[in-house]
Design a protein around this ligand. Sequence first.
Ligand SMILES: Nc1ncnc2c1ncn2[C@@H]1O[C@H](COP(=O)(O)OP(=O)(O)OP(=O)(O)O)[C@@H](O)[C@H]1O
Ligand SMILES: [Mg+2]
Length: 276
Amino acid sequence: MAKGKIKINTPPPSTPTAPQPSTKYSGVKHTIMIMSGKGGVGKSTFSVNLAVSMGKTKNVGIIDADINGPDDPMLLGVSKDKLHVENNKIIPMKTKYGVDVISMAFFLPDDSTAVIWRGALRHKAIQQFLEDATWEGKDYVIIDFPPGTGDEALSVAQMIPEVDGVVIVVTPQDLALLDAKKAINFAEQLHLKVIGIVENMSGFSCPHCGTVTNIFKTGGAEALAKELNIEFLGKIPIYPEIVQHADTGVPAVESSEEVRKIYNEISSRIASLVEK
Ligand SMILES: Nc1ncnc2c1ncn2[C@@H]1O[C@H](COP(=O)(O)OP(=O)(O)OP(=O)(O)O)[C@@H](O)[C@H]1O
Ligand SMILES: [Mg+2]
């Protein structure tokens, strides 16, 4: 190697130490992964609202695969409850929105406890969420991913067998779109089908004067979808009801007619792409 040059080895995704797909996660009709190229774009918000929207007509569960930031129970209004075990199987938590959920949050003493486990233990937790919980009979299981395309997302993706595909959540700024390309590339390298991309935080319509302000720009995800020849699933603007959702535990699809309509369209689109 020439002096001053550093060679970085990039092993393929499937190395001998890679987590293996679970053989015990079964009886689920469709499994969808919700990913993004970076954190904070709205994966958990999207996963929960999509699940509640789909849950009106289907039997739906959510696996909160974000061990360090397990937000989904809180977004479904059940953060303080404990899980039940029957016949050595974990019963996913029922919520009043007709969607069952499993999350690291149920195993922590309180909302402020940090999980400081290394990779192997986090993988074990995800494995238990998949294998030791009762998912049989679900029409859809939605998996809310940890942020980004790093080690954690890679191991979750490798552990889940028979995935129908991935939905990528994107915000419309240029940098976020660049990260979204990485997420799409990540999915492709793992031979996961990209169902499509959703543009979240796509403009803000003032509830007082009706003026639309494109805080993070708008339209970038649709252009990206066109460029990469993948499905564009829709735009979700910034809504005060979605901001409040994180505080109240009431999904915005339940509190806002406008948000419900948008999510119903996106969930029908996803179902038709997955079930065709
Ligand atoms: N369309 C929207 N309108 C208003 N607020 C939104 C919208 N989408 C997401 N948010 C807010 O943005 C914040 C981040 O959302 P969320 O936690 O769902 O992102 P995330 O991608 O799951 O984050 P992380 O990568 O940390 O898991 C939350 O406070 C959420 O309420
Ligand atoms: Mg999240």
